[in-house]
Design a protein around this ligand. Structure first.
Ligand code: COA
Length: 162
């Protein structure tokens, strides 16, 4: 059976933690669709197009990964794309409550859509997109958190904003 997974997030910016989940997901599922959410409540550093562009470059070498952007309900988007799984990464117990709620809401909205949670690799459990931006703004090194391409874009964005 073909299992298509949607991996949603704001990816502002994408980090090694996200890439860890995408890479491992690509070995488990027939296809992984990385779905960049726009019109989210968060104020973002990068436009949806910029986030999609970075993710396309980073996941290019993984043959079965597609990058797309979506608006509205994740469940509707996943069904429209023919996906049967929502892929999510869990970093710590603090993530659990939100994931638990989200999985139930999505299954209520689309009963054939199941959520699969992968444990984020231990090297990456402390990373979040906000931490990357904060450390970079304060001139700290972010090389262990994001690939070079993302580091350079974050640093350039901060320079532009200052
Ligand atoms: N490694 C490192 N960091 C990770 C990570 C991982 N594996 N997984 C998540 N994170 C970080 C993210 O970078 C993000 O950091 P930030 O808060 O500093 O930006 C944080 O953890 C939270 O990530 P996530 O839970 O994926 O939230 P998000 O804002 O990136 O995405 C959506 C949330 C878009 C998936 C969710 O709001 C959604 O589905 N929206 C659509 C509307 C909808 O259907 N709502 C009803 C369903 S609940």
């Amino acid at each position: 059976m073909k299992t298509v997974a949607v991996y949603p997030g704001s990816f502002d910016p994408p980090t090694y933690g996200h890439l860890d989940i995408i890479g491992r997901g690509s070995h488990v599922f027939s296809k992984v669709i990385v779905a960049v959410a726009f019109n989210i409540r968060k104020q973002t550093m990068f436009t949806p197009e910029e986030r999609v562009g970075m993710l396309r470059t980073l996941t290019g070498p993984m043959g079965n990964v597609e990058v797309d952007a979506f608006d509205g309900l994740l469940a509707d988007y996943a069904v429209a794309k023919g996906a049967n799984v929502v892929l999510r990464g869990l970093r710590a117990v603090s993530d659990f409550e939100f994931e638990f709620q989200m999985a139930h809401v999505n299954r209520k909205l689309a009963p054939k859509l199941d959520t699969v949670i992968m444990m984020t690799g231990e090297k990456h459990i402390y990373i979040s997109s906000s931490i990357v931006k904060e450390v970079a703004r304060l001139r700290g090194k972010i090389d262990d958190m994001v690939p070079e391409l993302v580091r350079d874009r974050v640093v350039a964005k901060i320079r532009e904003q200052e």
